[in-house]
Design a binder for this molecule. Structure first.
Ligand code: SF4
Length: 729
């Protein structure tokens, strides 16, 4: 037999006979890749490819985007509305009218009996922006509950809160192009290669053209940390200490940009005074980074002609999340690194349209970054929608993480869940199950009828997915891009836009407020509401046609703009959205309130994403070519620690926390230190059975990444069986 290169058959890529390519945008992460979806001559979707002319991804896609067309016919899709007349009855198929009538009647009934806020709504970062705007109209303008939030509280709330506290407004000020201009990049708790692979590719490309130092702050040796020039394996939850110590060095060595500080910020004296308590000598004992490294990194960052910071959940998912963001902003403000090419504070958002919900859903306020707390904002939206401003609450209601405790206490009796899966995604999921059992009425709107939440639902609305709908997304760098209908809704599922419109008709204000039939008409309303020289979030110059032509346009993009390019950066003139126009420098004091390893629970528990899965696997768990890479809940464990406990590679172990237990398969690796384990957060009945999720006081975001567990080896047959049963639902 002959072996060797010459005799190997080349890999053959199956030819897919594509008749037509349809433009779209990826519906998974916030990178915002432009996609083309290939249809064959029978109008069947057969493949996806990256759009070569798109600024964001330049023809590339990650594994999720490449297989996205497989979503349309994936198993478990909802085909008909379902209804359960009594708690323990089976679901029965029903008509849309009956499902919608029942839901509207139940909402009104609960509100009449217990008050308007007794019915709550939790949505997502996955809908299209026009759908978010319409849902906001329905919830704020018609249903009138104040207990309305998005699942973005689990991922981006701290970034929003930190931006608002520092700059007076939400909105990431930088863009991917900043990689091309920066002289130093510091990544806090952000594992780009797995979380945002195409942003990582943009960074790598910039590094190949021009080398600059990459500093990664992460307790785990992530893929990004492996490529870093300097890796700072920080003690979980202590980022504020590290940043304060860096600012201590910068200010005491006179490396700050005093001209920028004087012209564009307020509060410098307070920050200067506070950081005197954080000299690297003492800070090193809290944050775990030695004093010399702190000094080196501080000098490198401050002396760079332009330096930038990026971050993801390592900062946001913490009891100090909002403070961490404000402190990253502090670092960039005192070094003059806001609003200039390569100098920025860029939060890397999680979900594909987390930005869209922040901008237009009215979850935490009113559309277009307007505040419920501001009388003029309430009046403006009430006038635009044609209702009395007194209908609006005067301050924000409960966040997602406060809604579940309010169900426990009986304050909330009914809930509408739109495209989110808190039974897997919330911390301490055992508590979530108990809360759901107490509801008088639960309606679940989702693409999949086998989503875990349906175990408790009384009504299920089957929603259409991705390119069965039309509308926009906004990505991490404020780029608005379009998803165009590529095919009709699956079975009797309906676009979320349609569902919101139909439900609105069943409320009094639904006949006063205009609910247009087409997403593009909703987009036109949003354009009108965004218009204004003093508004950063201005999309008034955009149209669907222009967006497709440009493959996405960044906001602000004002009326009359002709170039097809929006503003790449915010705050380039040093004017911020605060009353004084100056950015706030905020003294951030560290307090340690996290659960920490102890004798009984000696391991830190860390969680995060893997590249082939997205969030709770409702979609990627159904795509064979994604799922096959990570089909089983697993845990990274340090081999030395495993050795001490007699745990071997690929054996099952039980983890126990103060909340509950979980069974996972062990993967031995030096990626994690001896006193830490890491578990992907995607799996049902897994890591979030264990997490505590203390809340950030500003953003109400849970600290998923700072809790403690103990580990024990268990009977392998029993564990394997338990895992199969848990995954079977
Ligand atoms: Fe989609 Fe994100 Fe992958 Fe791009 S990087 S293809 S947006 S999942």
């Amino acid at each position: 037999m002959l072996f060797g290169r010459k005799n190997r058959k080349p890999i053959s890529i199956p030819t897919k006979k594509v008749k037509e390519w349809k433009y779209s945008t990826c519906n998974y992460c916030s990178t915002g890749c432009s996609i083309e979806i290939g249809l064959d001559e029978n109008k069947k979707l057969v493949t996806s490819r990256g759009h070569a002319g798109a600024d964001v991804n330049r023809g590339k896609l990650c594994i999720k985007g490449l297989l996205e067309h497989d979503l349309f016919n994936s198993p478990g899709r909802g085909t008909e509305p379902l209804i359960r007349e009594k708690h323990y009855h089976d679901f029965e198929p029903t008509s849309w009218d009956h499902a919608l009538d029942t839901t509207a009647a139940q909402i009104k009934n609960i509100q009449q009996q217990y008050g308007r806020d007794a019915f709550a709504v939790i949505s997502t970062g996955q809908l299209l922006t026009e759908e978010f705007y319409t849902l906001g109209k329905l919830v704020r303008g018609c249903i009138g509950t104040n207990n309305y939030d998005g699942n973005t509280t689990l991922c981006m709330a701290s970034a929003v809160s930190g931006y608002k506290r520092s700059f007076g407004s939400d909105g990431p000020p930088g863009c991917y192009d900043d990689f091309e201009h920066t002289h130093c990049l510091m990544a806090f708790g952000s594992n780009l290669p797995e979380q945002h692979p195409i942003i990582y590719w943009r960074l790598k490309e910039a590094l190949e053209k021009r080398k600059f130092p990459l500093i990664v702050v992460d307790p785990r040796v992530t893929m990004l940390a492996q490529f870093a020039d300097i890796h700072l394996p920080i003690t979980p939850g202590t980022d504020c200490v590290l940043i304060n110590a860096m600012m201590h060095v910068i200010i005491n060595e006179g490396l700050q940009d005093q001209d920028y500080i004087n012209a564009h910020t307020q509060g410098f004296d307070e920050v200067k005074a506070l950081v005197q308590d954080y000299d690297p000598k003492s800070a090193q004992h809290i944050c775990g980074i030695d004093e010399d490294k702190i000094r080196t990194v501080a000098r490198l960052y401050a002396k760079a002609p332009a330096a930038m910071s990026i971050w993801t959940m390592g900062i946001n998912q913490s009891t100090h999340g909002s403070d961490g963001v404000a402190n990253i902003n502090n670092l960039n403000l005192i070094t003059g690194n806001i609003g200039k090419p390569g100098g920025t504070s860029l939060s890397i958002t999680g979900q594909c349209n987390a930005m869209g919900t922040r901008e237009w859903s009215s979850c935490s306020g009113l559309p277009g970054y307007r505040y419920l707390e501001n009388e003029a904002d309430r009046q403006e939206i009430a006038d635009f929608w044609g209702i009395d401003a007194e209908f609006f609450p005067k301050k924000r209601g409960l966040s997602e993480t406060d809604i579940f405790p309010a169900i426990e206490t009986g304050e909330i009796k009914g809930l509408w869940i739109v495209a989110t899966n808190p039974m897997t995604s919330m911390p301490n999921t055992g508590r979530i199950r108990k809360a759901l059992e107490k509801l008088d009425f639960l309606v679940v709107q989702d693409v999949y009828q086998d989503v875990e939440m349906n175990q408790y639902a009384h009504v299920y609305f089957p929603a259409s997915v991705w390119a069965e709908k039309q509308g926009c997304h906004t990505n991490t760098e404020r780029r608005v891009n379009l998803i165009d209908n590529a095919l009709a809704p699956f079975a009797n599922s309906k676009p979320d836009f349609w569902i919101f419109n139909q439900l609105a008709k069943r409320f009094d204000h639904g006949n006063i407020i205009h609910f247009p039939d087409q997403p593009e008409q909703a987009f036109e309303e949003m354009k009108q509401l965004s218009k204004g020289e003093d508004r950063t979030l201005d999309i008034s110059g955009m149209s669907y046609e222009k967006i497709i032509q440009a493959r996405g346009i960044q906001w602000p993009y004002r009326e009359g703009s002709t170039s097809l390019k929006g503003d790449a950066r915010l705050y380039t003139d040093g004017k911020f959205q605060t009353p004084s126009g100056k950015a706030n420098l905020l003294p951030i004091k560290f307090y340690n309130n996290n659960e920490q390893p102890c004798q009984q629970y000696p391991f830190w528990l860390n969680s995060g994403r893997v590249v082939e899965h997205f969030h709770t696997r409702t979609r990627t768990g159904k795509i064979g070519n994604c799922n096959k890479f990570s089909p089983t809940p697993y845990m990274e464990m340090n081999p030395d620690a495993a050795n001490e406990l007699g745990v071997t590679h690929q054996s099952y172990v039980r983890l126990t926390s103060r909340r509950s237990d979980a069974v996972v398969m062990v993967q031995l690796t030096h990626r994690v230190p001896r006193n830490m384990v890491f578990i992907p957060f995607h799996f049902h009945d897994c890591v979030n059975r264990l997490t505590l999720g203390l809340l950030d006081p500003h953003s109400r975001q849970p600290a998923f990444k700072q809790c403690s567990v103990r580990i024990e080896a268990i009977d392998q047959k029993e564990a394997a069986q338990l895992n199969v049963e848990r995954r079977a639902f």
